[in-house]
Design a protein around this ligand. Structure first.
Ligand SMILES: Cc1cc2nc3c(=O)[nH]c(=O)nc-3n(C[C@H](O)[C@H](O)[C@H](O)COP(=O)(O)OP(=O)(O)OC[C@H]3O[C@@H](n4cnc5c(N)ncnc54)[C@H](O)[C@@H]3O)c2cc1C
Length: 422
């Protein structure tokens, strides 16, 4: 697959719904393939998950979270017990059906299939990022200097190392942090470094705001149009229609809000918001070249973006529009204090929704209910990582060129639907 091929003759009018990182990457790729692309984005605030995540190109995370291991450890990871997982009482109607479906998807045979499927995408994720930043002339947006994982006690370090040693990390590798690397870590935390490993083959986006601007600018330069509008979707005579816009093809990339859109076409998409939180302070005392650090005992990842440092954590399964829970920001601030991190306040606060399906696999494909409809959503904890490879796959599907990755596991039909299909 080529990234962002030459601009040719305009072929199809394509409407893309949702301008997060997945929608922008897809729109850019389609526009540079010669299509007339209109991207509809409902928010002008750039507040989606795509622009507040941890910036980590997480090629090591092959294991879908729908697993026996995740279910077994859930009770010990609950927010009320100091952990990062929250299933709020007020959100029971959201998380209970999701958890039941997740349990079904966690059976070892399904987990194993999911791991293999995710592995094929993740193996291509970093090369696709490298092609994308080269194509848009912004190589500095990607830093492929890996990341650290550290632990604060000997017991958690031993358990954590053993878990990583037993895990399939795909194309990513890790080694014990060297004395020099531990000295780098000691510059930004006063916490005891009981153990630390350093990954290679993973990467970081250096500035999410700059990424959004670079992708939007490149898309417009390729002839694309961005309209600040909330889109709907209806089915008319087997054709997906965005009211008010003439479209040969429609692509849904609306993150957690994709569910109702594709359900209007007859699909089922049991997607939930796994809400995460971050705080950001100034990076005056944080080395500019230090890769992201995962403080695994606290399920927290700390990333430098331009002149700010961000601490992010939490999986809170709740209605997308429910008010944020300030205790999570307070907990992050406490982690920063207790770890003596070299981040200076005052802190800004953010909450955003990971779009997650119960088997923790994205939905990427062509609809079998409306021939002109394509979809790419549900990228859970890996949407930033997988956005460029998703864009390459979607562009190949639209152009009906042969797929070199088996996309059957990502077909939305795995959840069924109502009415007929092709
Ligand atoms: C705290 C946190 C940390 C994370 N860290 C990482 C990480 O390090 N690495 C990684 O790979 N992933 C990470 N993720 C996950 C990642 O952020 C998401 O998977 C990814 O952003 C999903 O991108 P998206 O474009 O599908 O959805 P979104 O970012 O949600 O974008 C969807 C867009 O569609 C728009 N939209 C919705 N409905 C409509 C409509 N009807 N009409 C018009 N526009 C519409 C929305 O306004 C939004 O802008 C993290 C997430 C969180 C919350």
């Amino acid at each position: 697959m080529n990234c962002c091929g030459a601009i040719g003759d305009i072929r199809l009018k394509i409407t893309v719904i949702g301008g997060g990182v997945v929608g922008l990457c897809c729109s850019l790729h389609l526009a540079r393939s010669g299509h007339a692309v209109t991207l509809l984005e409902q928010s002008v605030r750039r507040d989606a998950a795509s622009w507040g995540n941890a910036g980590h190109v997480a090629t090591e995370q092959l294991a879908p979270l729908a697993s026996v291991a995740t279910l077994r450890s859930a009770a010990g990871r609950l927010f009320v017990r100091g952990g990062a997982l929250d299933l709020p009482l007020a959100g029971t109607g959201t998380w209970l059906p999701f958890v039941l479906r997740m349990i079904a998807a966690s059976r070892p045979a399904r987990f194993e299939k999911g791991r293999r499927a995710l592995g094929t995408l993740l193996a291509e994720a970093l090369p696709a990022w490298q092609r994308l930043v080269a194509a848009i002339g912004a190589p500095g947006l990607l830093s492929d200097s890996g990341h650290y994982v550290m632990w604060e006690s000997a017991a958690t370090a031993a358990a954590g190392r053993a878990a990583w040693a037993a895990a399939d990390t795909g194309t990513a590798r890790f080694a014990e942090a060297t004395a020099e690397q531990r000295a780098e870590l000691a510059k930004v935390t006063t916490a005891p470094i009981a153990g630390a490993i350093c990954f290679s083959g993973t990467a970081q986006i250096t500035d999410l705001d700059a990424l959004a601007i670079a992708l939007s600018d490149s898309f417009r330069a390729a002839g694309g149009t961005i309209l600040p509008r909330e889109a709907g979707l209806v089915l008319e005579d087997g054709w997906a229609v965005v009211p008010g816009l003439e479209s040969d093809r429609v692509l849904v990339t609306a993150g957690v809000r994709s569910g109702p859109l594709v359900e209007a076409i007859g699909h089922r998409a049991p997607i939930v918001a796994e809400r995460g939180y971050h705080i950001r302070g100034t990076a005056r005392r944080w080395p500019s070249d230090l890769p992201p650090i995962v403080f695994e005992d606290r399920s927290m990842i700390v990333t430098r973006f331009a002149d700010q440092v961000q601490a992010a954590s939490f999986v809170e399964i709740h209605a997308t529009d429910a008010p944020p829970d300030p205790r999570k920001w307070e907990r992050l601030e406490r982690h920063v204090r207790e770890l003596g991190l070299a981040i200076d306040g005052p802190f800004t606060r953010w909450m955003g929704s990971r779009p997650t399906l119960p088997d923790y696999l994205p939905a990427i494909g062509r609809s079998r209910r409306a021939d002109n409809l394509f979809y790419a959503f549900g990228h859970q904890h890996l949407g930033l990582t997988l956005a460029p490879i998703t864009a390459e796959i979607i562009a190949a599907m639209v152009d009906e060129t042969p797929e070199r990755i088996d996309m059957a596991p990502f077909d939305l039909e795995r959840f069924g639907g109502k009415g007929g299909k092709r």
